[in-house]
Design a protein around this ligand. Sequence first.
Ligand SMILES: [Zn+2]
Length: 370
Amino acid sequence: MEQFRCRACHVSAGDLVLDLGLQPACDFFPRWEDPGPDPEYPLQMWLCAGCGLAQLASDPTLPEEPRGAEPAALVAQANDAVRRVEAAGLLPEGASVAEYGSPHGGSWLDLLSSRGLKPVCDGEAADVIVDCFGMMHAADQGAAISERASRLTAGGVLLLQYHSLEAIVRLGQWNALRHGHYAYYSAPALQSMLAGAGLAARMAWTFPLYGGTVLIAAKHSADGAATPDESVRSLVRAETSAGVRDPVVVAGLARDAHVRALALRQWLLSERAAGHSVLGYGAASRAVALLRSAGVDSSLLPAVVDASAAKYGLRMPGTDIPVVGPAELVSRRPSAVLLFVADLRAEVSQAYPEVVAAGGRWVDADSLGG
Ligand SMILES: [Zn+2]
C-alpha cells in the first residue's frame, strides 16, 4: 500500500479501512455452463489522511458497469431533488445545463429541460452542471472534479449528488464497496476536493435514498459570498463528529462485513444440518460480496431465485450457485427463502404466497448477524 496515492489530493498517507479480499466483478454474471474460476480482484477501501476521501484502493481493469434498470426510488428522488434545487433559485430558466450520468440511471435532464434549461453538447461549458452518482465512477477523482469546475461558467452551479459515507458507516453498508465505484464521499472530504478545484459548497440537502444521499450545490470560490450556508456547515459538523474522517470509525465496516458473513455461513450450516432446504431470492450485485465473503457454494445454497428472466441460465459470480426462476419457489418447497434485497419483502411475500402456504418462511439476509 506504500505506493498508493489519494485519487483526489495525491497524498500517500492514509489507512486501509476495509479489505474484502479477492472478489469477482459483481455485475457480470457468468453463464451457468462456464465452469470458472471467475477472475477476481482485490476489493479494499482506503481512507485518505489528507483530504479524508474514502476510496477504492486497487484499480483493476474491468469492463464498464452495464446500465441497470432504473429503480423507481431513484426517479422519485430526482423529482424531489429538482424541486428543492429549483425552490432555492438555482435553476434559472434559459440556463445551459450539462449532466454527468451514471450507469444506475437517475438522469435529471428531462426534468430540467421541461423547466426551460438548455442542454449543451459534451464538453461544452454550462451554467448548471449536474452529477448524480456519476463522479464516483472516475478513477482519477482530482481530474474529475477539475473537469467539472472547468466547464462551469462564472456564476454557475455544480450539483453533486452521492450516497453518503456517513450513511454507509452508520448503517454498516459495507457491500456498498464495489469495483468501479472509486469514491465514497463525505461532506468534509468533498469540501476539501471542491476547494482544490477552486469551488466551494454553498448549500446541501439530504435524502433518505439508500439510507443517506446528499446533494451539494457548489460554485466557483471567486463568485463572492464564498461562505457556505448553514445547511453545509451543519452537515460537515455532524459528519465530522460521526467520525467520517476517523479511520477507526470507518473501519467499523470491516467488523460489520465479518459479522454478517460469519452469521450467514453459520445460519446456512445449521439449516443444512437440520435437513432444511433453503433457496436465495434476489440475484443482486450486492449479494455477490456477501456470498463470496461467507464462502457460500451450492452445497449450502442450491440456487438463487430471481424474477428477471434475463438472469436465468447464469450463476452468481465467484460461486457455483445457479440463478433460477420463481417456479422453483413452488416446486422445491423450500423451508426458508433467504432474501438478499430486503426492500422486496412485501412484494415477494405477496407474489409468492406458496412459500408460506407450504410451511416455508422468508428470512432477510441483512437481519442475520445484524
Ligand atoms: Zn486525499
